[in-house]
Write a protein that binds this ligand. Structure first.
Ligand code: ATP
Ligand code: PRP
Length: 224
């Protein structure tokens, strides 16, 4: 009996900036997405390509769906990928930096907090973040001892109410820090979003995935 080949491709995205920034890349590949996840509230969205569907997930869940093969490929920020691979290493191939959702990971403190002196004196620093792995690595490399407090969002609040001396968060325009009386005192790394591909999908169904990977590559170069 002839084996049927599964040509269907599932792409995992998060709604908001990654979904919005991916639409033009898909359009370059001739693929239109008719529904907005914000409006329809659907979690599975079809596209003009009958073989391509999109899953709408929390940003930090995208690598998990791709790693376990529930999605063939996905788009996630470098910040999210570093945290994910520290928890659940392996199974993900990262072929393309799409250069979308660009920001930077930075250390920020209250305007009146003397970060340099505290670090120079070798005092312990209380740091609140959702980026545990990147934060640990950053301060370990500097030889600064920290107490880490894990948060899931609204990090800017922590130094204002005495929960932490510093935060590690992504910064783009700097408006959120400014609005909360905080300043960035150290850049940790530039961040952008990358395409991640399930290694087994690439191995077994690479012929169907490759045209989409090539289209993402071309579109990224065009947008640079
Ligand atoms: P989750 O919903 O899982 O908590 P999140 O709220 O960080 O994650 P988004 O706000 O959609 O998810 O951000 C997606 C990605 O976009 C982040 O992982 C980061 O790489 C990047 N990003 C976050 N904030 C900004 C920003 N202000 N400007 C540009 N890029 C950003
Ligand atoms: C992100 C991040 C900062 C803000 C930085 O929040 O957590 O708070 O962007 O951007 P800015 O430097 O341009 O102000 P986001 O807007 O994604 O809100 P969320 O974390 O609640 O999703």
């Amino acid at each position: 009996m002839k084996e049927t080949v599964n040509k269907n491709i599932t792409l995992a995205l998060s709604k908001g900036r990654i979904f919005e920034d991916t639409l033009p890349l898909l359009e370059e590949a001739g693929i239109k997405v008719s529904e907005s996840p914000e409006k329809s509230r659907k979690l599975i969205i079809q596209t003009s390509d009958p073989n391509l569907r999109i899953l709408i997930l929390r940003a930090s869940d995208v690598p998990t769906y791709v790693q376990y093969g529930a999605a063939d490929l996905g788009i996630a920020g470098k910040d999210v990928l570093i945290e994910h691979s520290a928890q659940q290493p392996g199974g993900l191939y990262q072929p393309i930096d799409l250069n979308i959702a660009r920001c930077r990971l930075a250390v920020a403190v209250r305007k009146d907090f003397n970060y340099k002196d505290v670090v120079k004196q070798g005092s312990r620093l209380r740091v609140a973040t959702k980026y545990i792995q990147s934060t640990r690595e950053h301060f370990a490399a500097k030889g600064v001892h920290i107490d880490l407090i894990k948060l899931y969002g609204s990090m800017e609040l922590a130094p204002l109410v005495g929960l932490a001396d510093a935060i590690v968060d992504v910064v783009s325009t700097g408006d959120t820090l400014k609005a909360n009386g905080l300043v960035a005192v150290e850049d940790i790394m530039p961040i952008s979003s990358r395409l991640v591909v399930n290694q087994a999908s690439l191995k077994n169904r690479g012929v169907f995935l490759q045209p989409l990977l090539d289209a993402f590559s071309r579109a990224t170069n065009l947008h640079e």
